[in-house]
Design a protein around this ligand. Structure first.
Ligand SMILES: Cc1cc2nc3c(=O)[nH]c(=O)nc-3n(C[C@H](O)[C@H](O)[C@H](O)COP(=O)(O)O)c2cc1C
Length: 512
């Protein structure tokens, strides 16, 4: 390092070595400097050997110079200002400065500078002790750096946690999931707002483990307790579906999943989990099962009816052609009944729709129908379908529809004090004179007995000379969720489409 020239003219202090204090200052391992502020630029007038050892400079290098030459590019300017100000105010100061040795290497110098006054109060010298604190400072610097890095890392992780929490929140709210935590020993339950809402509770409502238990359907409680008990015992996860009722009495299905965590001593501590309202899915599943059962039942019934139709049609037919016609006509009618049910609700159908469907092949004939809205169940649809088909076929072969000018009128009305029964009426007119029947065929059996039996009613087929009459009286079936088996005012709705389609008398086509 280049040294500024000694221009101060400072004379080195020569300590009196007979004075034990002066001798101690010379000999101590603590580096000691004395400057003379009365000389220009406050030069060094004394250094002990420890200073030369610490800095690498010789006594000649140091004497007569201001100490600032020990400073370098890394020395903090604010610290230098503080030091300068203290010296100017003649005050003591302790400060850590980065200094440089003669060989250019740096060291941390914990410097203590104090003014020295004469007995008369005149400032005569400054006394300074130096102490190398590089290891300590380096450790502090290292710790500061590590702390800085840690702070950056913590900030990064907190950001990650916040992002992950936001994602979790999004997923939970998207899946409409509630969350909960149960401290097993204290039975303290912490639940999210959504979790409480799933159980029909407001955020401020009490919601303790007992409230959960009392919400659970009695039939599901044992399974619930057993599942959770096993999870606690095995420190495992669990999933359970159960029914609850809310405080307002609403029934819901809940899917609950959780996991048990334990401490190092393997004591089960907490259970955390999520819950979801799965009522809609459960109801859809139940509905699907019900439909499958109904379908199986319907297929069985249909096959039994087909068997009866085939057997009886064959028995009563004169030849194969006749048999084929009877069988295919009746099966066609059954198929129409099936269509009506499929179009409607699978288990019920409107009587007007049934008539329209079954009499579709006869639509060019003068058949009129009129009556209020009336919903039949599956058995009623099937029975009436076959009966209508037989009536229409017989009419076409032997009755009113077999001649020009003949017509059929179909009507039905709702009767009874509770309006829980209906009367169905088929009436033929304008046909050939009716002869009393000599024997009861399968067609008549279907018309009278099957219709009556399947609909829990009474039926009569009358061979009046003016035309065949069929009267059925039966209870209106009560169907699940269908209070609208009948609808007031519907009687005003007449079968105008059919009436319009039916050709006017005299102009009517009459297929033979
Ligand atoms: C007795 C005494 C000892 C000093 N020792 C040192 C020292 O070891 N290292 C250092 O960087 N400055 C030391 N200084 C400080 C400088 O000499 C100087 O006062 C400081 O740099 C501020 O003044 P400036 O702005 O004129 O440089 C010492 C000052 C005095 C009075």
């Amino acid at each position: 390092m280049d040294l500024p020239s000694n221009t101060t003219g400072a004379e080195p202090m020569l300590p009196n070595l007979d004075d034990p204090f002066a001798a101690a200052v010379v000999a101590t391992r603590m580096p000691i400097i004395v400057t003379d502020p009365r000389l220009p630029d406050n030069p060094i007038v004394f250094v002990n050997d420890a200073v030369t050892k610490l800095t690498g400079y010789s006594r000649e290098d140091l004497l007569g110079r201001n100490c600032r030459f020990l400073q370098g590019p890394g020395t903090n300017v604010n610290d230098i200002t503080r030091l300068r100000d203290a010296i100017a105010r003649r005050e003591s100061i302790e400060i850590d400065l980065l200094n440089y040795r003669k060989d250019g290497s740096s060291f941390w110098n914990r410097l203590l500078v104090s003014p020295v006054f004469s007995k008369t109060g005149e400032l005569t010298h400054f006394f300074a002790s130096q102490f190398e604190v590089s290891p300590e400072r380096n450790r502090v610097a290292e710790l500061t750096r590590t702390q800085g890095e840690l702070e950056v890392e913590i900030e990064r992780r907190m950001h990650d946690v916040a992002a992950s929490e936001a994602r979790l929140h999004f997923i939970l709210s998207g899946a409409k999931m509630g969350t909960w935590t149960l401290e097993i020993a204290t039975k303290r339950l912490v639940s999210s707002v959504r979790c409480r809402a799933i159980f029909g509770r407001n955020p401020e409502d009490r919601f303790e483990p007992e409230d959960v238990l009392s919400s659970i359907h009695p039939e599901d409680r044992d399974c619930w307790e057993a599942t959770l008990g096993k999870a606690i015992e095995d420190r495992s996860s669990f999933e359970i579906e159960y029914r609850i009722h809310t405080p307002t009495g609403e029934r819901r299905w809940i899917d609950c999943r959780g996991e048990v965590s334990s401490d190092k001593g393997d004591v089960a501590l907490t259970m955390v989990g999520v819950c979801q309202d799965i009522t809609e899915r459960k109801e859809a599943e139940e509905h699907r099962k019900l439909l499958a059962r109904e379908l199986a039942h319907r297929v069985k019934n249909t096959l039994a009816t087909v068997k009866a139709v085939v057997v009886h049609s064959l028995k009563n037919s004169v030849d194969m052609k006749d048999a084929l016609e009877r069988v295919s006509g009746r099966i066609q009618a059954m198929s129409a009944a099936q269509d009506t049910l499929t179009n409607d609700s699978l288990t019920s159908a409107d009587l007007r729709g049934v008539i329209e469907q079954v009499l579709e092949p006869f639509k060019t004939y003068d058949i009129r129908y009129d009556g209020p809205r009336l919903v039949l169940d599956e058995r009623g649809v099937s029975a009436l379908t076959l009966a209508l088909f037989e009536l229409a076929t017989n009419s076409l072969k032997y009755g009113a529809l077999s001649v020009e000018g003949g017509s059929v009128s179909i009507s039905w009305e709702i009767v009874g004090e509770d309006r829980d029964r209906f009367i169905f009426h088929w009436s033929e007119m304008g046909g050939p004179k009716v002869k009393p029947r000599t024997r009861q065929g399968f067609g008549s059996t279907i018309i009278e007995r099957v219709a009556a039996a399947d609909m829990n009613g009474t039926a009569r087929l009358l061979f009046e000379p003016a035309g065949v009459e069929f009267k059925l009286e039966a209870p209106i079936p009560m169907m699940n969720g269908d209070e609208a088996s009948t609808a007031p005012g519907a009687s005003e709705f007449r079968a105008s489409r059919h009436r319009a389609e039916a050709p006017a008398a005299g102009r009517r086509r009459h297929p033979r």
